[in-house]
Design a protein around this ligand. Structure first.
Ligand code: SAJ
Length: 406
């Protein structure tokens, strides 16, 4: 039996995939409401293909509990936040999960940490914690790191078809755990040491952050001299060795906007490029604010409550609002300015900010300027409704003439 610890955006789909592949799975989370909801057959977030996967896993008798199970395989997928001031990872949830596992696990159990951690975290915090409890690693328990690579919006497909990395203390246990993931993962699985697995995961997300920062910097340059950044990127990308990403209102989510800070926090003297990229991406909400002010001035709109932000999630077609550019923008607006600005997101069904509308047409009725912060399909399918508004399109999705760009 596999006990998956943490039933959030990564842990839940992973647990469901193992169950679908025919293994006995219990998913554990300390959040009673979440566990109750899953036991009553209700999913806790939206994701393409998740409903079907949930149905298949239920048919294979997956269970959900708040208690850790006595077994030989644990997958730990708990949050790894970073401490805002020091930019370092806070390992408290991983440590607490590992301790709870040690309370119940069978001799020789595999503890597989899936949560993204900063390079060195396992040696620095997890290993000593296990040893402190009197367990011999490699004999009483095995410690592994198997970072996930799935992208929200395409998670279920990517669980099956993305290659993966497994970090282990020795090849034998690494190969065993590779065999376990092969139950559902059809792509290559690379076994390496734990430190390399930690580092490669953080490097992957940092690479993407730096490339988005380049696109965002280009957007600012092009705006200054009235050039079309999208046309320039399109043409440049026709070169066989150029692949520039898309500019946007900022970089959100719990991965790309967080992981590079682990490197900056640990290697402050060696991370000029990484830090600059972070700063550029973090500056985008402010750039959007400047563009909103330009448009208000141009059309003599003085009342900020006539501005509507479309999109609260961190990217298209997901309901996850963690570190979202819209929340960053609202934070950056001083109190006076934030007062009255309207917000709508079809995926965010609870009110989480002031002046948030739950109905698109009510939202549109209140505003003269619509700022497209997220390119949800919902908006792409309702473009016609924007025709009589001034539109600032930070995602380059508007199909009509006259929308303002970043
Ligand atoms: N974004 C841009 N321009 C782009 C692409 C993205 O501005 O061209 C923005 C998005 O709008 C969003 C942010 O970047 O605000 C991050 O979104 P994303 O789609 O790039 O990535 P995530 O955070 O959803 O998922 C990433 C993925 N990592 C990589 O592609 C290297 C995913 O594979 C990881 O599993 C995930 O982080 C994670 O959990 O670490």
């Amino acid at each position: 039996m596999i006990n998956v610890i943490g039933l959030g955006y990564i842990g839940l789909p992973t647990a469901l995939m193992f169950a679908k592949s025919g293994l006995k799975v219990v998913g554990t989370d300390y959040n009673t409401d979440l566990v109750d909801s899953l036991n009553e057959g209700r999913l806790t977030f939206e994701e393409e293909g998740l409903e079907e996967l949930f149905t298949d896993a239920l048919a294979n008798e997956i269970e959900f509990a708040t208690k850790y199970q006595e077994t030989h395989t644990y997958i730990i997928s708990v949050p790894t936040p970073y401490i805002k001031d020091s930019k370092k990872l806070d390992p408290k949830y991983v440590i607490s999960a590992v301790n709870s596992v040690l309370d119940v696990c069978e001799k020789g159990a595999a503890l597989i940490v899936e949560s993204t951690v900063s390079p060195g975290t396992i040696d620095k915090y997890v290993r000593p914690e296990i040893e402190k409890r009197g367990f011999v690693i490699g004999k009483d328990v095995h410690l592994l790191h198997a970072p996930e690579r799935i992208i929200p919006g395409n998670m279920i497909y990517e669980l099956e078809y993305n290659s993966r990395t497994i970090g282990a203390d020795n090849l034998e246990i690494g190969e065993k755990v590779k065999g376990l993931y092969s139950n559902f993962c059809k792509a290559e699985i690379e076994v390496t040491d734990i430190r390399s697995a930690e580092m490669s995961k953080v490097v992957e997300n940092t690479y993407r952050d730096i490339n988005i920062a380049f696109a965002n910097e280009l957007a600012k340059i092009c705006h200054t001299d009235n050039m079309d950044v999208y046309e320039i990127i399109r043409i440049a990308n026709m070169h066989p060795r150029v692949n520039i990403m898309q500019p946007g209102p900022g970089v959100g989510g719990h991965c790309i906007s967080v992981d590079p800070w682990f490197l900056v926090g640990d290697y402050p003297d060696l991370t000029n490029l990484i830090l600059t990229a972070r700063k550029i991406n973090d500056s985008m909400p402010r750039h959007v604010l400047g563009r909103i002010r330009d448009i208000m001035r141009e059309h003599s709109i003085k009342d900020i409550s006539k501005v509507g932000l479309y999109g609260l999630s961190y990217k298209e077609n997901v309901d996850d609002t963690r570190e979202s550019p819209t929340l960053q923008l609202l934070e950056r607006m001083d109190e006076h300015l934030a007062f009255g600005v309207k917000v709508f997101d079809p995926f965010v069904k609870d009110r989480i900010v002031d002046h948030q509308f739950l109905n698109f047409e009510d939202f549109l009725n209140e505003v003269e300027i619509v700022v497209v912060m997220v390119g949800h399909d919902h908006l792409k399918n309702n473009m016609g409704l924007l025709q009589d508004k001034w539109v600032l399109d930070t995602k380059n999705i508007c199909t009509f003439d006259g929308a303002y760009k970043l």
